[in-house]
Design a protein around this ligand. Structure first.
Ligand SMILES: [Zn+2]
Length: 569
């Protein structure tokens, strides 16, 4: 009996001290990772540890206290998995919380399958204390009162010390804000922001109801048939395009198109799909995105106002956010996976485009907006096995060791995009009316490119590889014949410094001859007024427009920019 009591005493004592220390694991990793100055470093360790110790000492029932700490355990586990995923030392972002509700389950499954190690680690760290806590609570075990008092005293001391360090950091460190630096306070603030955005998004139908482009069709040929295609790729890196100098055959078909206008120096203003695509499809840029997105509609509405028949064709799944809202503005909205299933490739859209072109009335101008699945991870699922050109392309795990296999699969997916774009261009060429296409991707991707070991996109801090996107324009002979001035402008603008977020919609409207008070011609590549982008901006996790340095660019990113001929740093 006595032996049993001793065991219980030990379990309670271990819980009382071990759980606060386990919850501190993400703080230790993040503080060390980001080389925080000492006041911020100490604050990020002392204050949270103090609070955890106080919370555990609050009740004599250590088991109940441990179970009540479950939300902290979940946050810590989520944070550790993301640290392993993005390797940039950032806190759980607002976008990460939103991704949980917007990313479809199959996509999330793909990611989690590649995070087996970190997931196993957090289960090992936080499940045993939870089990021990439940058991202790059920048995109503009490923590020795001396231990509780000592933990409470230590906790209070640490909280005071942490508070003092926060004060010192606030005074001595520029840009230091405790609510952004101290975990889990920063994660909880981000969660609150995510909830707020979700509420505002739910009200979007009301807040955007009065929006109008005041658009008119300025084309002299009036109602004569014209076809425009706006194609948005997914996770595509310009430096993996043969047509932009990559030394592998990733765009063999596009390289045969003489009059293709390629833009090599383009950056996106976001590294996440759900911000970048709405910016591409609207007149919003990083500077206005955060506040204005809830009140704006997409370029599809501008074309509808101007009398075009509009089609939105998506190869992705719905995500209950702005891409869906914008897509639903079209006369015809198609999410192809809903009818053909999940195991399709982007090339499967070509027969659908054929039937859309067949049924479109001979006199109707048409806008077709296509949202590709492009090169989203898992790369090898983005193309049919028969099209696996670079081999081997199967990586059992996503890590630095398998980089070449991942790159092979990634490049195979670019070849798939090459076939899609070439297929659309061929269809424009076969028309007996003017037609044009504009293509870019929402963002790029890290694929273990340098010693930082970074992978994927949508991390709170961006890299050059995540923002450097391909962009191109194509116009058929009939369009070039009718629009010689715009054609000339496109040829000279394409070599300039361009922001895809800023130029995609204005160029699409301008090339189609659509006029609107909201059209800024200085951003349209086909306009004489076009002006290269002066300041590079990025929408950060809090939806603020920041410069590239604040976005997280480091020496490696600036070197890569320089190598690609960018001039603004
Ligand atoms: Zn994306």
């Amino acid at each position: 009996m006595k032996h049993s009591d001793n065991s219980r005493y030990k379990i309670a004592a271990v819980l009382q001290i071990a759980l606060p220390l386990l919850l501190l694991v993400p703080n230790v990793v993040m503080s060390a990772w980001s080389s925080m100055p000492w006041p911020a470093f100490v604050a990020n360790l002392a204050a949270p540890l103090g609070v955890y110790l106080l919370l555990m000492a609050w009740s004599a029932n250590a088991g109940r206290s441990a179970v009540m700490m479950l939300p902290f355990s979940i946050l810590a586990a989520f944070q550790i998995v993301l640290l392993a995923l993005y390797l940039d030392g950032s806190v759980i972002a607002v976008d990460m919380f939103l991704n949980v509700v917007t990313t479809n389950s199959s996509e999330a499954g793909e990611l989690l399958g590649n995070l087996a190690g970190p997931v196993a680690l957090v289960l090992l760290l936080y499940l045993p204390p939870l089990e021990a806590g439940v058991a202790a609570w059920l048995r109503r075990e009490r923590t020795p009162s001396l231990l509780r008092r000592r933990c409470a005293a230590a906790g209070a001391t640490l909280v005071v010390a942490g508070g003092v360090c926060m004060l010192v950091a606030s005074v001595t460190l520029p840009r230091y804000k405790a609510d952004r630096e101290v975990f889990p306070v920063n994660a909880m603030c981000n969660l609150a922001e995510a909830v707020s955005r979700t509420v505002r998004t739910a009200r979007y139908a009301d807040t955007s109801a009065g929006f109008t482009f005041g658009a008119t069709d300025e084309c002299e040929s009036g109602s004569r048939r014209r076809i425009y295609m706006a194609v948005i790729g997914e996770t595509s890196r310009a430096d993996h395009y043969q047509m932009f100098g990559y030394d592998r055959f990733t765009t063999p078909l596009l390289c045969t198109v003489d009059s293709l206008v390629g833009c090599p120096r383009v950056l996106s203003e976001s590294n996440t799909t759900h911000k970048s695509v709405p910016m591409l499809l609207s007149t919003l840029t990083a500077a206005e995105f955060g506040d204005s997105i809830y009140h704006h509609k997409s370029v599809i509405t501008a074309f509808r106002e101007a009398g075009f028949h509009t089609v939105f064709l998506s190869m992705q799944n719905r995500n209950n956010s702005f891409i869906d809202f914008f897509g639903s503005e079209a006369d015809t909205t198609i999410f192809l996976r809903e009818s053909l299933g999940q195991h399709i490739c982007d090339t499967d859209l070509l027969p659908v485009v054929d039937s859309l072109l067949d049924v479109a009335a001979d006199t109707d101008p048409l806008l077709l907006v296509v949202h590709l699945y492009g090169s989203h991870f898992n790369y090898e699922d983005r193309y049919p096995r028969s099209e696996a050109y670079f081999l081997p392309d199967k990586a059992s795990e996503a890590n630095q060791t398998h980089r070449q296999r991942l790159v092979n699969a990634y490049d195979n997916s670019i070849r798939c995009t090459d076939r899609v774009l070439h297929g659309l261009i061929t269809r424009l060429d076969s028309l007996d009316c003017p037609g044009g296409l504009i293509y870019t991707a929402d963002h790029g991707e890290d694929i273990f490119d340098d010693e930082r070991g970074r992978f994927l996109h949508a991390s709170p801090t961006a890299t050059f590889a995540q923002l450097h996107v391909p962009m191109m324009l194509y116009f058929n002979q009939s369009w070039r014949g009718e629009n010689p001035d715009k054609w000339k402008c496109a040829l000279s603008s394409c070599r300039q410094e361009i922001s895809s977020s800023e130029s995609f919609t204005p160029t699409l409207m301008h090339m189609a001859g659509i006029s609107s008070p909201r059209l800024d011609r200085t951003s349209a590549l086909t306009a004489e007024e076009f002006t290269p982008v002066a300041t590079r901006l990025f929408v950060n996790d809090r939806n603020e427009a920041v410069d590239l340095q604040s976005a997280g660019f480091r020496t490696q990113d600036y070197d890569a920019m320089r190598n690609f001929g960018f001039s603004y740093f």
